[in-house]
Design a protein around this ligand. Structure first.
Ligand SMILES: [Zn+2]
Length: 682
């Protein structure tokens, strides 16, 4: 829960759109508005051999569960997936024009785990015809495709069988009115939210029929009507080896995942191995108690090679009960994590230097546990657009044992690199700004994240009146205030010599200026996210506009706006003046939070953070449209390959970065055709 989606809210523009390297290396493919990004994990090379072996088997477990989500999102998902993959694996026999259009569709299909857009939930259609698809499928079959079963789907060795399959899939692929949405939260017509959704959590049932039904397996079952008319749960589980618990739905995939997890546990440290044991039992039995036991062990373990794997988020279910199958494997990002630890150790220093009144300064610190990570793999319903995540979701776990806050730095950097350079070139007010963003942009944005998370949110002391928390006092303005306060702590402290002393900045002056350039510009750039109306609703967007507009108004000569060739620019005219404004607003926000002063925050946010000029927004939109930036992102995972000794032990693991999405997805699909220790996909 509490995912931070880059497309929805977080930092895209708060981050300096800088570029450490050539864009073409990050964006390796593009279909329409969807970009395929290579997500890198440079820390992998620093792992010990045992950690690499662990990472290898955990990523294999992630690949094993990947097909499940296709079936969860549509009853036709797995058949469609097999069809497209068989065609893509045998493209030689297909004429080139149809081949290109089928390839585009296949890539979008994989990127969205089916033919509904991941963010909008809406169905998308192919640009090829049914006849073209049939011709391609038959050619692929002639070339050796469809000859062996795929997971639980039977082989289709005869043309007549394949034609029947295609006919059965026709409406699901070509009819826009058939299963138009994965999750229909406000359906039109007579269907309710469950009936109008294509997902397979409650096939054939209505919301009314589910009303009084008590599930034993709320996260991990499909509910159907039995032959006697009563509702039954089909549990997602592999079954136990002794046969006492029979296999259930998705047994093929979960069994494979269990095999991989069993190998992974041999390379895990004891605490993590204990967590893996519970996950294995959970996948075998489907028992919720095992899932909770896994969560308790998992949340208390902070291994360098970390992972999650399960039926986790419930957003896909309009009823909010069923978990999407999803998994990730990460490595701790040493640079950022070290920076955050150093900042945490010196939290008292930064508190003392904070620009607010003494009475709001705290003496003792309980700082948040934040894990900056690089992603090795994300499968199932995890996507590269999630750059922050707070897990686990179960209240009974995090209330007692806390939670892990993941910052997915690899995803964040990939998206910044993919969108940054072009936007900077268009909106920067002078060449120095472009050069600075290019050289120090990523460093500034990484540092901002570390400062925001560690000494931002954790700082400050509340008055006795609001000592239980300021939220009930500040109500709908609380989040805007708190995000703004954390950003301002970063902007305030980026100039502090302590950062240099701690070795957290390369060129402090330039990094600080890059951070300020972006904080000033963001209020302009973010208008592209609000194509309609003239007010900002989202908290992060409000906080960023509040900062830029407050400072420009209160400290003349700090941030200036001007027009050149009919285009509006924002320029930091004097960085130290801007810092003075940062200090003024930070002191005031701290006072408001500490005193729970609702009237003051309402006045500030309503004046500076909510309203904008729609003609300016239209100008920004036009400028962005010309840049033709991607709106959707799909991450290409790193690919780990292992060398095995005679006894099946991992001898060595190598990391590869793919430059072709087709290779990745066909490689994943091939897992079910081969033995576990012959993993040489390409
Ligand atoms: Zn925050």
């Amino acid at each position: 829960m509490l995912r931070i989606l880059i497309a929805a809210a977080f930092l895209v523009e708060l981050i300096i759109p800088g570029l450490a390297q050539d864009t073409s290396k990050v964006v390796i493919d593009r279909v329409g508005s969807t970009a395929f990004l290579q997500v890198r994990a440079p820390s992998f090379s620093q792992l010990a051999p045992q950690q690499k072996a662990l990472a290898y088997w955990l990523t294999q477990a992630s690949i094993a569960i990947d097909p499940i989500i296709y079936d969860q999102l549509s009853a036709y998902g797995l058949q469609q997936k097999r069809l497209l993959e068989e065609i893509m694996a045998h493209t030689g026999a297909i004429d080139s024009d149809a081949r290109a259009r089928i390839a585009e569709f296949a890539k979008l299909f994989w990127a969205n785990r089916g033919n509904h857009n991941d963010l909008t939930s809406q169905k998308f259609l192919p640009s090829f015809t049914f006849d073209e698809l049939e011709k391609a499928a038959l050619a692929a079959q002639k070339d050796g495709g469809f000859q062996s079963p795929y997971a639980d789907l039977p082989a289709l060795p005869q043309p007549a069988e394949l034609k029947r399959e295609l006919e059965a899939l026709r409406p699901s692929l070509f009819d826009p009115a058939f299963e138009p949405m994965v999750t229909a939260k406000s359906p039109s017509g007579r269907m309710d939210v469950v009936q109008a959704s294509s997902n397979t959590f409650y096939p054939g049932l209505s919301l009314a029929e589910l009303k009084d039904f008590q599930e034993k397996y709320p996260l991990n079952s499909r509910v159907v009507k039995g032959t006697d008319g009563k509702l039954v749960e089909l549990v997602y589980r592999a079954g136990t080896p002794d046969g006492k618990v029979p296999p259930g739905l998705y047994a093929t995939f979960l069994k494979k995942a269990v095999e991989c997890l069993e190998r992974a546990r041999g390379y895990a440290e004891p605490a993590q191995a204990a967590a893996i044991d519970h996950l294995i039992r959970y996948y075998q039995t489907g028992d919720y108690a095992e899932w909770v036991a896994f969560g308790i062990a998992w949340v208390q373990n902070d291994a360098t090679v970390d992972f999650d794997n399960g039926f986790i988020e419930v957003y896909r279910d309009a009823r909010g009960a069923k978990g999407s199958s999803q998994s990730f494997v990460t490595i701790t990002d040493n640079k950022i994590t070290t920076a955050m630890k150093k900042l945490a150790a010196d939290a008292g220093y930064f508190e003392e230097k904070a620009p607010w009144q003494e009475k709001y300064k705290r003496q003792s610190f309980k700082l948040p546990v934040v894990k900056a990570v690089e992603t090795l793999i994300e499968t199932g319903d995890f996507s590269v657009t999630t750059i922050g995540d707070n897990l686990p979701n179960e209240n009974e776990i995090h209330e007692k044992y806390g939670s892990k806050n993941f910052l997915f730095m690899g995803s964040k950097r990939a998206i910044e690199e993919a969108t940054g350079k072009a936007a900077t070139a268009e909106f920067a007010s002078d060449p120095a700004e472009i050069e600075r963003a290019d050289k120090y942009g990523i460093e500034a944005s990484d540092l901002l994240v570390a400062l925001h998370e560690v000494i931002g949110h954790g700082s400050g002391k509340l008055s006795d009146r609001v000592s239980a928390g300021a939220q009930p006092f500040l109500k709908e303005y609380f989040s805007t205030l708190e995000e703004g306060r954390a950003d301002l702590m970063a902007l305030w402290n980026v100039w502090d010599p302590k950062l240099k002393e701690l070795g957290l900045v390369s060129n402090q002056e330039e990094v600080a200026k890059a951070m300020y350039d972006n904080a000033a510009l963001v209020a302009l750039q973010q208008l592209r996210r609000i194509p309609h109306g003239d007010t900002i609703e989202e908290d992060h967007e409000r906080d960023r506009q509040l900062i830029a507009h407050y400072i420009a108004d209160k400290v003349p000569g700090s941030i200036v706006q001007f027009t050149r060739d009919g285009k509006t620019y924002v320029h930091v005219a004097d960085y130290q003046k801007m810092r003075r404004g940062v200090g003024m607003l930070l002191a005031e926000l701290m006072r408001i939070k500490a005193e729970g002063d609702y009237d003051a925050i309402k006045a500030l946010v309503d004046k500076y953070g909510v309203h904008f000029d729609p003609t300016l927004r239209d100008q920004v939109l036009t400028r962005y449209e010309k840049l033709d930036l991607p709106s959707y992102f799909a991450g290409l995972n790193s690919w780990l390959s292992a060398d095995f000794g005679t006894n099946g032990a991992v001898r060595d693991v190598d990391i590869h970065y793919l430059n072709d999405p087709v290779k990745q997805y066909l490689g994943y699909g091939a897992m079910f055709d081969r033995g576990l220790e012959s993993a040489k996909p390409f």
